[in-house]
Design a binder for this molecule. Structure first.
Ligand SMILES: Nc1ncnc2c1ncn2[C@@H]1O[C@H](COP(=O)(O)OP(=O)(O)OP(=O)(O)O)[C@@H](O)[C@H]1O
Length: 268
């Protein structure tokens, strides 16, 4: 097998005395679509932040192409959060052009002349891909939740990341809109040959969208010291094209408190 694109070797993470993650060992090849599920607070977002470069492992090694993961965000890694992270005072087009500008090395992030026109053309192209070509001149407050999330995705995609990190990106959207977003993300994944890591609280969504599903859970518990042990990846499953029998098996096997109690319905 070729060198993994991303590899975690015995990765652990703690904040002060609290152990969040321990003994995380994984290898991921470029082009995989990994979905991450697990109880609230078990460290899924923390793991994404370590790939993004805004958090570092406390122990072990996290590698990108065999080298230490850069300890700051870079254009090769884009992220979309559940809460819409767009600039409220800019139009849809300006938001995406600005995202491209911040990618530039210039301190101001401003683009000028030919470069700016090129960024506008690229932004228009990406906004067409995410279905927002009719809303280029609207402001975020004039957009629906789904449209805002399409905009946030366009901001990430224009930077041409190789890795796209999605932290519950559809959690705030209603089921009908989520089905549209699923189609969009699968299209972008294929078109741009992305490697995706997506946190979701919806197990069915995780099974449907991913090529691989990770369950984060604690293997060790001390009832007197709940933060003495961290979560690991307790299941690493090939998924995709909803495998109903496997889905049922995992639903039955993972601890009842491993998933959020919130019941969300996924329309597939
Ligand atoms: N900067 C920080 N300093 C201290 N503790 C933190 C910090 N960031 C996260 N934590 C703690 O780390 C634990 C894991 O948080 P994280 O957000 O990774 O969990 P999660 O699995 O993504 O949860 P959720 O599903 O609710 O989003 C939590 O207990 C959280 O309070």
């Amino acid at each position: 097998m070729s060198q993994p694109f991303i590899e975690a070797r015995n990765v652990g993470k703690q904040y002060g005395q609290d152990i969040i993650l321990e003994r995380v060992n994984i290898q991921v090849q470029e082009g995989e679509f990994v979905t991450l599920v697990g109880a609230s607070g078990c460290g899924k977002s923390t793991f994404l932040k370590m790939i993004l470069g805004t958090e570092q492992a406390s122990s072990g090694e996290l590698l990108l192409n065999g080298q230490a993961m850069p300890n700051e965000p870079g254009p090769d890694r884009g992220i979309v959060f559940q809460q819409y992270s767009v600039f409220p005072h800019m139009t849809v087009l300006e938001n995406v052009v600005a995202a491209k500008g911040f990618q530039k090395a210039s301190l101001s992030g401003y683009l000028f002349g030919k470069e700016k026109q090129q960024a506008k053309d690229e932004a228009t192209e990406v906004l067409t891909q995410v279905g927002l070509s009719h809303a280029l001149n609207r402001y975020p407050h004039e957009l629906s939740g789904g449209m805002k999330q399409r905009l946030a995705i366009a901001q990430a995609v224009i930077c041409k990341p190789r890795i796209l990190l999605l932290d519950e990106p559809f959690g705030a959207l209603d089921p009908g809109i989520r089905a549209d977003m699923h189609r969009l993300i699968l299209d972008l994944w294929k078109k741009h040959k992305l490697t995706i890591f997506m946190v979701t609280h919806d197990l069915k969504e995780g099974f449907y969208l991913g090529t691989r599903l990770w369950v984060f859970d604690k293997l060790r518990h001390d009832p007197h010291a709940p933060n003495a042990y961290g979560a690991s990846i307790t299941y690493d499953l090939p998924v995709g094209e909803t495998q109903d029998s496997l889905y049922q098996e995992i639903t039955d096997q993972i601890r009842p408190d491993s998933m959020a109690t919130e019941q969300t319905e996924t329309v597939l």
